[in-house]
Design a protein around this ligand. Sequence first.
Ligand code: HEM
Length: 205
Amino acid sequence: MTELLRHPNIMERLQSELDDVIGKERMVEEPDLRNLEYLQAVVKETLRLHPPAMLGVPHSTTEAPKDTISPANTRVIVNVHAISTDPKVWENPLKFDPSRFLNSRMDVKGQHYEILPFSSGRRLCPGMNLALVSVAYTLAQLVHACSISLPEGLTPLDVDVEQRFGITVGKRNPLNLLLTRRLPSDVYHKAGLNGIGQSRIPVDT
Ligand code: HEM
């Protein structure tokens, strides 16, 4: 959400994909996710530039792996963030640009070693599929059902980007947003979301 507020053109493109694919007469549903190519690209680009587990979980070798110089019992910590922002692999690596994942086979599921937000191999995150669906679904519903803007007087350049480092990385300070309805009232009513109106909601993502 922070990157979308910093890049209004990307927010607009995402919103227009949602309007094209879903329309404005109903909410996003889970089966829609596979038809939202740009949304999936936004999720992948977020995991590339802001992997929640910047440093993977430490592992150690039980025996010396073939063709490597590490002896047995070497502790290995993969720098996930360094891999997915490596300038030898990624053009403009620090730029938030979801379109780099359009028409690309590159995925985040541990098959492409250029981007490993869920790690890879037998200790791959077992919550990966749940996480990918939950993040895409939540983002799609928010962006489709709400116009999301900054509090009055703030510009995209003012959006706070400070991070809090720990086992996982998150935002240091909550994001202040203004959410307003953008679909006809009966759509919220049918979804049981009558409470959505015009309010400031801190979002910690
Ligand atoms: C965007 C969200 C998530 C990211 C980026 C993420 C990433 C990771 C990473 C990098 C690891 C370390 C893998 C390794 O040992 O090399 C991991 C492990 C793990 N994750 Fe996730 N995860 C996410 C969401 C979830 C969810 C939703 C669940 C459960 C519902 C989950 C459950 C686990 C568990 C149980 C492990 C330990 C697996 C093991 O040691 O074998 N994760 N995750």
